[in-house]
Design a protein around this ligand. Structure first.
Ligand code: AMP
Length: 282
């Protein structure tokens, strides 16, 4: 696997592949890779001739600076995992490379309420940072396809909106959530879980599944209340549990009248914040 640190060198690599009429898939990450990330690489390899990944811990999307500091960094292991998964190229830029003083990296898109609900409510400014870094990465890499996980449901909804609004010629492909055997959604943050919380964190997926099971017979209000209660155990603290429209992310009043419904949650397990979701209906 080739490693590129500069924007011009990765851009040249992709340009050359396209000259050879090869399609290029791209899976951006913040590193501390796990099987969830690897599933994006695997799908990209299936759908494209060449696969590029990036590792960049983006400072502009961290509303909590201590979270940025604590974010796990495991480059050597990541590199080996990507090589083993037969990723063709890794873009590993510095902050200066992504945000040079002379380049305007702001994103001029009206996201409406997409960026202010759910995660946006509790992590102000987070999605402005996500949109900024993804736009910048797409400008540099210019892939044919972009691979992102359903794990970050709101993130890909926002990125799809940005791609549509700016007519970016990249197709977004969403990959299913990869989980540990006990159901916990894989996340780079899981390594920071204390043993007590690691043991009880699978309750999040259990609650989501239970919600889905009861969604045909219960009201949205009752489902959300029961889920919040179920998640408030063993010292875990749910920040929200909401059933929303999968397109607009607005609260759903009646499941029978909604075509696409998703239950999204964020839960504090000690000082680690975990997010997860389940599609109730599509
Ligand atoms: P991150 O490194 O956390 O920014 O994630 C990079 C990409 O991997 C994003 O598109 C995530 O949605 C995706 N991802 C993270 N965890 C998982 C998972 N458990 N299953 C599938 N995709 C994931």
């Amino acid at each position: 696997m080739r490693i590129y640190k500069s924007a011009t060198s990765i851009a040249q690599y992709v340009h050359n592949r396209k000259q050879e009429k090869h399609s290029v898939g791209f899976a951006p990450t913040m590193g501390a890779l796990h099987e969830g990330h690897m599933s994006l690489i695997a799908l990209s390899r299936k759908k494209c001739n060449r696969t590029v990944s990036s590792i960049f811990v983006n400072p502009t999307q961290f509303n909590d600076k201590s979270d940025l500091k604590k974010y796990p960094r495991t480059l050597d292991k990541d590199r080996k995992m990507l090589s083993r998964a037969k990723c063709d190229a890794l873009f590993y830029p510095t902050v200066k490379e992504i945000y040079p003083e002379k380049v305007d990296t702001s994103v001029d898109v009206d996201f409406g309420t997409l960026t202010t609900v759910l995660e946006g409510e509790f992590r102000p400014g987070h999605f402005a940072g996500v949109a900024q870094v993804v736009k910048r990465l797409l400008d540099i890499v210019q892939p044919d396809k972009l691979f992102m996980g359903q794990k970050d449901f709101q993130q890909f909804t926002i990125i799809q909106h940005m791609i549509n609004e700016l007519n970016i010629p990249t197709q977004l492909v969403v990959c299913p959530i990869i989980r540990e055997k006990d159901g916990l959604a894989m996340s780079s943050r899981n390594v920071r879980l204390e043993p007590h919380f690691r043991k009880h964190a699978p309750k999040i997926f259990k609650t989501l599944k239970q919600t889905k099971k009861e969604s045909k017979t219960n009201t949205v209000g009752k489902l959300q209340k029961a889920a919040m209660k179920s998640l408030s155990t063993e010292g875990m603290r749910p920040e929200y549990f909401r059933i929303v429209d999968g397109y607009t992310l607005q609260p759903v009043r009646s499941l029978s009248k909604t075509k696409y419904a998703v239950a999204c949650t964020a839960v504090w397990a000690g000082d680690v914040r975990l997010i997860d979701n389940i599609i109730l209906k599509k």
